[in-house]
Design a protein around this ligand. Sequence first.
Ligand code: APR
Length: 316
Amino acid sequence: MIMPTQVQAYRSPKVTIIGAGNVGGTLAHRIAEANLADVVLCDIVQGKPQGIALDLKQACAIAKFDRQIIGTNDYADTKNSDVIVLTAGLPRKEGMSRNDLLKINAAIVKDVVPKAIAHSPNAILIVVTNPLDVMTYLAWQVSELPTHRVIGMAGVLDAARFQTFIAMELGISSADINAIVLGGHGDLMVPLPRFSTVNSVPITELMEISAIDRIVERTRNGGAEIVKLMQNGSAYFAPSAAAFTMVEAILSDRHRIFSAAAYLAGEYNLKDIFMGVPVKIGRQGMEKVIELQLTSTELSALHSSAKSILENINLL
Ligand code: APR
């Protein structure tokens, strides 16, 4: 007699988002709408994550997606998450630098990360909270996870800003542009025009140096420009889209290559720091740091950015 094959019950991947604010809420929406994973939104404010989860469930009914969405204040509900995305913390207000947020958000990271990891010891942790590179370092320390399982979200966002400004300058689709931005997620980030291309043609072949310099500067201030325009809050559509790209690369084990804040153990002559570099991302987290051959000017800009991150790590 032929026995029917035992089919294991399908277990949807589970993503916990800590912080049900603008970035967290829009990220939950993207994940659910892509049918990528069940989502748990966890926030300190009573009712807020529950309300957003209910709103998202009702959006599911219209858009016909059917992942579970839970809003909670209890970390027990986050247990066995495959990916945890940390968006809890204050966003910037006008005139504030990301570093002004350091003390306030450091206290939040120290509080929430151990609680989340206690319930999901095998998760990959993606950090979005600013100041990004310093908070990623702190999250790694308090999580006690191996370095490859902690990754900061910034490179995809900074590259998207660079791509957008190149597209606007050239009057072309941003879909045809690939850009690389290294370094910290701050004013000293290092957009790399040499490695940024329009359908494989470096932008250095297509634009005057003065235009490139202008765009590089606008990219460095890309977040602040939006904070100034919004007056009360900071960017969230592009940050959540960037975080989604990372979550998807992990859950789908795609081995994608893009910039993210990764732990450096000697790469680019930098040690004991999380900073934006090109990495390979898959189900294990950060699988490899890719070392580009940089010019001395590019390397020195990268080291200036690293110096500023290390100074802030020392303030923790
Ligand atoms: N535990 C859980 N959630 C918290 C905690 C905490 N200890 N402290 C704050 N939060 C929640 C807030 O209640 C709020 O819902 O974090 C959420 C932050 O949401 P927003 O204020 O809307 O901020 P957002 O724009 O989403 O930015 C979040 O990402 O891009 C970065 O600079 C940004 O650090 C900021 C973070």
